[in-house]
Design a binder for this molecule. Structure first.
Ligand code: PA5
Length: 430
């Protein structure tokens, strides 16, 4: 089970401050679970994970089997909450280089930008390959994925013919509304549902995340078991609950002018998970002139870039470091007789031992430098941990946002750029 260690924030806050916050966390948790807060029509994600195999999960697994049998490549079309979760999952479990692994279909992501270079590169990657696509959009009207959908649909129809192409198009969207639902119904595509009471950034444990994961060779049932266990464990109403500790600590630090939270990890494959977390907290909390700015860093790489700023820049940030269990298969540093690089003092030491010393040294340095550090210990990197981590952060985010006094489930600010863009593009009605 995930645990949270806040022993490295005591320089900044005192035990008494934490204890005083207990009733606020209690109230926020209750408001969330009882559906009495703002945005309460979007809390369906709270109850998604179950220990039982659902019919939707069976269909997801069956579709994934079919895609894996018929496709060398799989294109996931979506943006924001309809993109970051599946990518985070696949990169954390299968690695950033998952597309070099010949056992699974390649998974590409499209419709998350408007870059010509990225589009042309994708077309090149798909040349000569059998492929299927999964169009993901809750609203079914988002511009970036809509443009990519139109082009990919044509590519499939040209390659396989209109009828056969239909068997390669999978749609994940609202059960009733939107252009995508209408398209799927008219064309007869297989569809999966984003429940109306689950918003984009809280949707990773629906088909949004689970179908791409299954195609990539992650077991969605295992992910859901991890999340279901988290749902049960994190319902506890006390500071024994790591979600409470995390939510309380970050809000206390924010009150002490720590306006930036850096989510850091020593695993490069965690990078995209950081992107998912960034959207979750950024869109949920950043409103009404409030909110902790969510930033991410990959250690040790970013210690050689952001490290200076973290150590000695303006004292407005704190870190949340996600740690995994050490790898079972070790890699040791070997002896070199010439020792020209002067590394023989590390002979026989494992790489993860060196990483551990880097972690301990960095922790001390940053805490000494006035950067409080929250530690999140997450267990082994595996499908269950993934489900647990998603649920942990979603619940913490809902509670944190209510503690901050904002609606965690809307994102009115995202509409501003869209309106300007539509006006400039001459979209009817803008
Ligand atoms: O969290 C959200 O609701 C947003 O980030 C959406 O996921 C994003 O804008 C994409 O929307 P849609 O799924 O409707 O295409």
């Amino acid at each position: 089970m995930i645990s949270v260690d806040i022993s490295n924030i005591w320089g900044e806050i005192e035990l008494n401050d934490l204890l005083k916050m207990e009733k606020d966390v209690f109230r926020a948790h209750k408001t969330l679970t009882e559906g009495r807060g703002e945005g309460n029509d979007f809390i369906g994600w709270l109850n998604l994970p179950t220990f039982e195999m659902t019919e939707e999960l069976r269909r997801i697994k069956a579709a994934a089997r079919k895609i894996r049998e018929t496709s060398d490549a799989f294109v996931v079309v979506g943006i924001g909450g309809s993109y970051l979760g599946p990518r985070a999952a696949i990169e954390l479990i299968k690695g950033q280089n998952h597309n070099l692994n010949e056992d699974d279909p390649q998974v590409f992501f499209a419709g998350n930008n408007l870059s010509t270079a990225a589009w042309q590169d994708l077309c090149k990657q798909l040349e000569g390959k059998d492929f299927s696509i999964n169009i993901i959009s809750k609203s079914g009207t988002t511009t970036e994925p809509a443009i990519a959908t139109r082009a990919l649909k044509w590519m499939l129809e040209r390659k396989y013919g209109a009828e056969k192409a239909k068997e390669r198009i999978f749609v994940t969207t609202d059960p009733n509304k939107g252009a995508l639902r209408q398209m799927a119904t008219e064309e007869g595509y297989e569809t999966f549902v984003i429940p109306p009471d689950v918003g984009g950034r809280y949707s990773v444990l629906t088909a949004v995340g689970l179908l791409p994961m299954a195609v990539a060779g992650i077991d969605p049932a295992e992910v859901m078991l991890g999340a279901a266990q988290a749902r049960k464990d994190f319902d506890e109403r006390s500071f024994n609950n790591p979600v409470w500790l995390y939510a309380a600590a970050r809000n206390l630090l924010y009150q002490r002018s720590k306006k930036i939270e850096m989510l850091c990890c020593y695993e490069p494959d965690f990078k995209c998970f950081g992107g998912w977390w960034q959207q979750l907290f950024g869109e949920s909390e950043g409103k009404d002139g409030k909110g902790i700015f969510p930033a991410t860093a990959e250690f040790t790489a970013d210690l050689h870039s952001l490290g200076q700023m973290i150590q000695q820049g303006e004292r407005t940030l704190f870190e949340t470091v996600v740690r995994f269990e050490p790898p079972r298969r070790k890699t040791a540093i070997e002896l070199d007789w010439k020792n020209l690089d002067g590394l023989n003092y590390l002979e026989g030491k494992t790489l993860d031992f060196v990483q551990e010393q880097a972690f301990l040294g960095t922790l001390d340095a940053h805490v000494d430098g006035g950067v409080p550090v929250i530690l999140v210990q997450a267990g082994d990197v595996c499908d269950r941990t993934l489900g647990e981590l998603f649920y942990f952060f979603e619940l913490a985010c809902g509670i944190s946002a209510y503690m901050l006094g904002v609606n965690p489930f809307n994102q009115p600010g995202v509409e501003f750029y869209k309106k300007n863009m539509f006006h400039l593009l001459g979209k009817p009605g803008y």
